[in-house]
Design a protein around this ligand. Structure first.
Ligand SMILES: Cc1ncc(COP(=O)(O)O)c(C=O)c1O
Length: 387
C-alpha cells in the first residue's frame, strides 16, 4: 500500500464539481451527447427479450452476442479475430490492470511512450515494473528510440502504446511506424499492448488502421472501449489477443469480478442492433471539432508566445509545452485559486516524472462558451508566468 497514492486527476475531478469551475481537467465525453433515449430503449429491450438471463450471473468471457457484434466492428477497421480471441472487460481500465497482472513480476521492464496515459502507469505500477520511456514526436512514438531501448533492454515484457489521439498529447502514430513497431516487437520477442479507446473519434484528416491490423505474428493485444463513443458508466471494454494470453486474463477476471455487468453488455448489443453507431459518432465528432478548433484558436490568439501545442485531428485532448523553467503545478494553483480554471499538469503523464513545464487540456466536456471564457482566464494566468 506504500504505492497507493491518490491520483492527481481524481483529486482535480473533485475540484471540477465546485461551483463556477471551468474544467479542462478530466477526460470526460460531453454528457449532452450521451444517447440517453436510445439507451433507455436498449435497456428495455434487453430486459423484455430475456430478463431472467439479463439479470443472472453470466460467463466471464462476456456476452456472446456482444462479442460477435464487436468482432464485426473490429473487422471493419482491419482486425480479424475469432470468438475465442475476444473477451469483454469492465472498461479498458480493467484490461490494463489485468495486463499488469498477467505479464509483470516486480522489476520487469515495461516500455511506455513519454508521455503516456497516467491511468496505465497507475495500473501497472502496483506490479512494480521498471518503466522505460520512449521519446515521441508529432508522428507518435519514435521508432529509432524504441529500437535503442529494446537493444539496451531485450528482456522487456511489453510495449504499451496509445496510437490514436493519444492521451495526453492527441498525437497519432503514423502507418509506417505501426508497421515498424510490430516488426520490432517480433524481432525482440516482446508483446505490444495497444490501448485504443479514441480510434473512432477522428473528426478530420484520414486515419490508418489500428496497430493490431498490422500484426501478422500474434504480438499485439488490442484494448477497446465503449466509454468515449457511447458512455463510460456502462463500463464496457474488450480485449482482442492470442487465445493463450486471453485464457490467463479470463482466469484473473473471474477472480476480480466474475464477469462484466451483463445488463450493460446486453444494452450495448441492443444499441448496435437498433441504432446507427456511425451516425452517433459523426454527431459527437462534429461537436468535438468545433470545440477543438475554438481551443486552438484561443491559444493562437491569447496565449503568450513560446508555448508549443498539438493540433489533434481527433480525440479529447491537446498538449502544451511551456518554456523549460515554467512549473505547471504552480500555474495550476493560481489558475484554480484566482481564475477558477483547472487542467492537468503534464508531469503525471511521465512514468518517471519530470517535464513539469507541460499541460494537458481536455476540450470535450465544456461548452464553447466555457472554453471561450476559460481560455481567456488561463491566458491571463499564463501571462503572469511567461513574459
Ligand atoms: C488511453 C486510455 N486508456 C484507457 C482508459 C480507460 O477507459 P475505460 O473507461 O474504458 O476504462 C482511458 C480513459 O480515459 C484512456 O484515456
Amino acid at each position: 500500500m506504500e504505492l497507493a497514492k491518490p491520483s492527481f486527476i481524481r483529486e482535480s475531478l473533485k475540484l471540477a464539481a465546485e461551483p463556477n469551475i471551468i474544467s479542462f481537467g478530466g477526460g470526460n465525453p460531453d454528457a449532452n451527447y450521451f444517447p440517453a433515449d436510445a439507451l433507455l430503449s436498449a435497456c428495455e429491450e434487453a430486459l423484455r427479450l430475456d430478463w431472467r438471463n439479463a439479470l443472472q450471473y453470466a460467463i466471464t468471457e462476456g456476452n456472446i452476442e456482444l462479442r460477435k457484434i464487436l468482432l464485426a466492428l473490429m473487422e471493419h477497421i482491419g482486425i480479424s479475430a475469432e470468438l475465442s480471441q475476444i473477451i469483454i472487460t469492465s472498461g479498458s481500465q480493467q484490461g490494463l490492470d489485468m495486463t499488469g497482472k498477467v505479464f509483470l513480476d516486480p522489476g520487469d521492464k515495461v516500455i511506455v511512450e513519454s508521455p503516456t496515459y497516467m491511468g496505465a502507469i497507475n495500473a501497472f505500477k502496483y506490479y512494480q515494473p521498471q518503466f522505460l520511456e520512449v521519446a515521441m514526436d508529432e508522428q507518435g512514438m519514435d521508432m529509432d528510440d524504441l529500437e535503442r531501448v529494446l537493444n539496451a533492454h531485450p528482456d522487456a515484457k511489453f510495449i504499451y502504446t496509445v496510437p490514436d489521439f493519444q492521451n495526453p498529447t492527441g498525437r497519432v502514430l503514423s502507418g509506417e511506424r505501426r508497421r515498424r513497431l510490430v516488426e520490432l516487437a517480433e524481432q525482440y520477442d516482446v508483446m505490444v499492448i495497444e490501448d485504443n479507446p479514441y480510434y473512432f473519434l477522428r473528426f478530420e484528416g484520414t486515419g490508418v488502421p489500428p496497430v493490431k491490423a498490422y500484426d501478422k505474428y500474434g504480438r499485439v493485444i488490442f484494448l477497446g472501449s465503449m466509454s468515449k463513443i457511447l458512455s463510460p458508466s456502462l463500463r464496457i471494454g474488450w480485449i482482442i489477443g492470442p487465445e493463450t494470453a486471453l485464457e490467463k486474463y479470463v482466469i484473473l477476471k473471474q477472480a476480480a469480478d466474475i464477469h462484466t455487468n451483463e445488463l450493460s453488455q446486453r444494452m450495448v448489443a441492443q444499441f448496435f442492433l437498433h441504432e446507427n453507431l456511425d451516425q452517433h459518432i459523426a454527431l459527437i465528432n462534429k461537436q468535438y471539432k468545433v470545440k477543438k478548433d475554438l481551443m486552438v484558436q484561443k491559444i493562437s490568439d491569447c496565449f503568450p508566445a513560446h508555448i508549443s501545442f498539438t493540433k489533434p485531428e481527433g480525440g479529447l485532448f491537446l498538449w502544451l509545452e511551456l518554456p523549460e523553467k515554467i512549473d505547471a503545478q504552480e500555474i495550476f494553483q493560481c489558475a484554480y485559486a484566482d481564475e477558477r480554471v483547472i487542467f492537468v499538469p503534464g508531469e503525471t503523464f511521465y512514468a518517471n516524472g519530470g517535464h513539469r513545464n507541460t499541460i494537458r487540456l481536455c476540450f470535450s466536456s465544456m461548452s464553447t462558451f466555457e472554453i471561450d471564457s476559460g481560455m481567456d482566464r488561463l491566458a491571463a494566468v499564463l501571462k503572469n508566468f511567461i513574459s
